[in-house]
Design a binder for this molecule. Sequence first.
Ligand code: ARE
Ligand code: CA
Length: 461
Amino acid sequence: EYTDPHCDGKQAIVHLFEWKWSDIANECEQFLSQKGFCGVQISPANEHIIKTNPPAPWWERYQPISYKLDSRSGTEAELVDMIQRCRKVGLRIYVDVVLNHMAGLGQSGVGTAGSSFNSDNYDFPGVPFTREHFHKHCEINNYGDANQVRNCYLVALTDLDQGNEYVRNKIAEFLNRLIDLGAAGFRVDAAKHMWPQDIQAIEQKLKDLPEGGRPFFAHEVIDQGGEPITTGEYTSLGYVTEFRYCIKLGEGVHNFGNFDNAVDYGWGMTPSDHAFVFVDNHDNQRSHGGGGHIITHKTPRDYKMASAFMLANDYGFVRIMSSYEFGSNTEQGPPHNGDLSTKDVRINADGSCGDGWVCEHRWAPIANMVAFRNAVVGTNKGNYYNQNNQIAFSRGNKGFFAMARDGHMDVTLQTGLPPGQYCDLITDCATKITVDGSGMAHIVINNNEEPIVAFIVGGPT
Ligand code: ARE
Ligand code: CA
C-alpha cells in the first residue's frame, strides 16, 4: 500500500532540490520525459520562514508557517501549472511535506505567503494552529529514547501533536489539496519523529488520486542501526528511506568487492519493495543528518559509478539527487539573485547546467541508466562477475551492465541476452556490443571518466 508511484511502471524519480516550479516544468518537457524518469520530488511547496541572516539558507523551507502554497519556488498558480505540464509529458510530482513541526522557537514575523507567526507563543494564524496543538517543549538529545524522538523538539522546531484530531485534519486537508491539484505522492520529512499510528490515521483521511489509487509515500526515517526506531515500523505506510544503502554504495565504489554485500539484510536493511534508495540526499551531502562516508557530486567519477550501480542493481525504488554547488558553508541556499530570489536554472548548449546548478541527473551515466532500470524491472541479477574491481551482471534476459574501477575492462562474458547487436546506453550508441548465439559478448571499457557499459533488449540500435 502507498507504494505505487503512478507513473506507468517507470522506476526512478529525481529530486530537483530548490528548483523553481517554472524550471521544473521546463525540465519535465525538455529532458526528463525523453529519458524515462517517473517524476520529480520537489522542495516543500507550502509557506515557510524567510531568513536574511544567514541569507536565504536552504533549510528555511523546513520551517513551515502555514499550508498556503506560496514558497520560494513559486506561487500556487505556478505550482499548478508545473504539475499539469509535467503530467502532460508523463511525469508525476511528489511533494516534500513537513508535517512534524512548524517554525523553530525564538522566531516571529511573516512567512512567504504573508502570514504572521510567533513560534514562542505557538501562534500560526495562517493554519490556524495554537498552543494546544503542540507538544510541550523538551529537546531531543537522546535518539535511544523513542518517546523523546517522537514527542520532543527536533532542533527547537515547534513539535505538532499528530495524536490531536484537529491537527490530523489540518494535515490531511493540506495533503488532500495537493492530491486535488494532481500530485501523485509525498516525501514525508522527519517521519521518524512522528508515531507510525498517527501517520496511519492521517493517511486514512486521504482521498484516492483523481485517476484512482492511493498516493505514493516515501517516509524519511534515518535508521543506520543502533537506535530503537527502525524503518520496519514504517513499511506498512509506504516506502521508507534506506540510509544504510548510501554507506554501502560508498564502500562499493571504493572497493568493488564490497558490492557483493551492497544489500545486507543481516544489517537490517529494508525489504526491496519498501526501500527508497539514493546515493546521497540534500542532508547527508552536506553532513546534516545521516552519517557514513557519503559520495556526492563533488567527486563526479565516483558519483557516476555509485549512481550507475544503484540504477543497475535490483534493490529499492530509486531517487536521483540533483544539487546546486556549495562550498564549506553547509547552510548556503540555492544560487540567488541580488534580492535573494532563486536563480533560473541555466541549461548550456552541451546539455549541462550552469549558474551554480549541478544537474547530476543530466550526467550521461545517470540519465541514460534510467532507461536501463525501466527495461529490467522485475528481473533478478544473474551472470554475476566481480573480480579485480571489475563488476558485471545481467538483469534477467533484459539487460547487461559492466563497470571497471580503473577505467579498463577487456573480458568475454556470458550476458544471458538473446544474440544480436546492442547499443551502449552510456555513450548514446557510440559503442556497440555483439552478443553471439550462446549469449557471450566481448565487454570492453576504455573510458576513464565514465567507466561503464550498459545495454538492454529493446533499446536503441
Ligand atoms: C535550523 C538550524 C537549527 C535551528 C533550527 C530551528 O540549523 O540550528 O535550531 O533551524 O530554528 C533542516 C536542517 C536543519 C534546520 C532545519 C529547520 O538540516 O539544520 O535547522 O532544516 O530549518 C535528524 C532527523 C531527520 C532530519 C535530520 C536533519 O531525524 O529527520 O536530523 N532530516 C529532515 C530534513 C532536514 C530538515 C529536517 C528534517 C527538519 O531532511 O533537511 O532539517 O525539518 C542521527 C539520527 C538522525 C538525525 C541525525 C542528525 O543520525 O539517527 O535521526 O537526523 O543524527 O541529527
Ligand atoms: Ca514529533
